[in-house]
Design a protein around this ligand. Structure first.
Ligand SMILES: [Ca+2]
Ligand SMILES: [Ca+2]
Length: 442
């Protein structure tokens, strides 16, 4: 009996040692992103000055929006963007619009704006004492030639870590204003601070980069909030099998077909990697459908709160973490003739369970729901050319075609050269065809 008891203790000890050894902590370093990291500033912008704000500059009739930006554990930092109208031709941004003949042409926006940013760097809630940061024309390679941007802004950011320690990092970003952007109650930033380090996943070295996508100077994954983003690049340059090389940061990432938990310290300077060894769910993908057979599932992608799983090639089977997912998949003809392809996404979440097999039927007969609605006059937004804002409401129509198969998967769009398509025509009251569109499905 003594022996049995001793074995029990030894087994428990060994198990504790093994699972502790599985987690590896890596330090990451601050770097500048390789490509522009355009981020949407999640702060709430309001035209109302906060009640506790101190002395303000003379904004001279500009449209002003205020926000309290929260960076790391810093106290909220008061920021104002003052939009000054600017009608001088030289400063009006060029926008690309469609002319009456349907050609895309460049012309100056009707009104330009000169945004000026004020940041309460000394934390006294006053902006009159701060140096204004004027946005000037800047080409941002990979994004645009003609937008506006402030100079770089570097703010020391404090973090209270879970172990009681406190660290401070410099956080650098620029407010950026895409071409043609009008006075808007929101802001984009180009975040110049990223975190990078070499980690080992399944015996392979790769470089992990973490990017702040909501301009709060914290790195969080989906489930903890909106989710920042990551990139994984193998050090040997050989792409991994069945991996997400990047995207929205989730608790678990897929690499060479296995899953790893990435626990990122909120300041981004450290990550703990733990291989996932719990139960997996099996998904069998069956391409079934109508007139054109046989079909292959060529891409299968699962989007969940905890992970995103991806597989390309001839996908007939996949193992993924248990959970709820939206599914995206592509079908192609097995023989390649006629060239057939289609991309689809699930209309609702599916749930897959550990140690169980779920059969996913991709394809099937479709039912169509066609909705035509007048498009309201677009507001002048960052991605809507300013010249389009002069269109009256009702001049444009939107046509939404939703198609679902018997399994509830929604049709998104496809292309199939060589086959007579189903055709959708949009007619006015006199029967004149205003527009046509085609949709096909096999
Ligand atoms: Ca101040
Ligand atoms: Ca963030």
């Amino acid at each position: 009996m003594r022996h049995v008891a001793l074995w029990g203790v030894l087994i428990v000890l060994c198990a504790a040692v093994v699972s502790a050894a599985e987690s590896t902590v890596y330090d990451l370093q601050q770097v500048k992103p390789d490509q522009p990291n355009l981020a949407f500033c999640e702060a709430s912008w309001s035209a109302t000055k906060p009640a506790d704000a101190g002395a303000m500059p003379d904004f001279k009739g500009a449209q002003v929006y205020f926000a309290d930006m929260k960076l790391g554990n810093n106290p909220p930092m008061l920021v104002a963007i003052a939009w000054y109208r600017d009608t001088s031709a030289a400063n009006r941004p060029k926008v690309t619009v469609r002319n009456a003949n349907g050609q895309m042409v460049q012309r100056p926006a009707p009104v330009g704006y000169k945004p000026v940013v004020y940041i309460d760097r000394n934390g006294d809630r006053a902006l009159a004492d701060e140096t204004p940061l004027e946005a000037t024309k800047q080409e941002i390679k990979g994004l645009w030639r003609d937008g506006l941007a402030t100079p770089d802004i570097t703010i020391p950011v404090k973090y209270d870590l879970a172990d009681g320690a406190e660290v401070t990092h410099d956080y650098t970003f620029r407010f950026v204003f895409p071409p043609g952007m009008g006075a808007t109650p929101f802001a984009y930033a180009l975040v110049e601070t990223a975190w990078r380090g070499r980690i080992v996943l399944g015996g392979r070295e790769c470089d992990l980069t973490l990017l702040d996508q909501d301009v709060d100077a914290r790195i969080t994954s989906m489930g903890e909030g909106r989710g920042d983003s990551y990139k994984l690049q193998p050090a040997d340059g050989k792409p991994a099998d069945d991996a997400n090389g990047g995207g929205q940061l989730t608790q678990y990432v897929q690499w060479d077909g296995a899953y790893y938990r990435l626990a990122v310290r909120p300041d981004g300077a450290q990550v703990t990697v733990t291989p996932y060894d719990g139960p997996l769910a099996t998904v069998v993908a069956v391409a079934q459908s109508g007139k054109i057979q046989p079909m292959n599932v060529s891409v299968l992608e699962f989007f969940g709160q905890n992970t995103v799983a991806y597989k390309a090639g001839n996908v007939s089977k996949m193992t993924i973490l248990p959970g709820k997912y939206n599914v995206f998949y592509s079908l192609t003809s097995r023989e390649g003739k006629p060239a057939v392809s289609g991309s689809f996404q699930s209309g609702s979440e599916i749930e897959v369970k550990g140690d169980e097999t779920t059969v996913l039927k991709c394809g099937g007969k479709l039912t169509l729901d066609v909705q035509v609605n007048p498009v309201p006059a677009p507001s002048v937004g960052p991605l809507v050319p300013a010249a389009m804002s002069t269109r009256p409401a009702g001049e444009m129509l939107s046509v939404n075609i939703t198609a679902k198969n018997a399994e509830g998967y929604a049709f998104r769009g496809n292309a199939r050269p060589g086959v007579v398509p189903a055709r959708v025509e949009l007619l006015d009251s006199s029967g004149k065809v205003l527009a046509t569109s085609s949709a096909q499905y096999g």
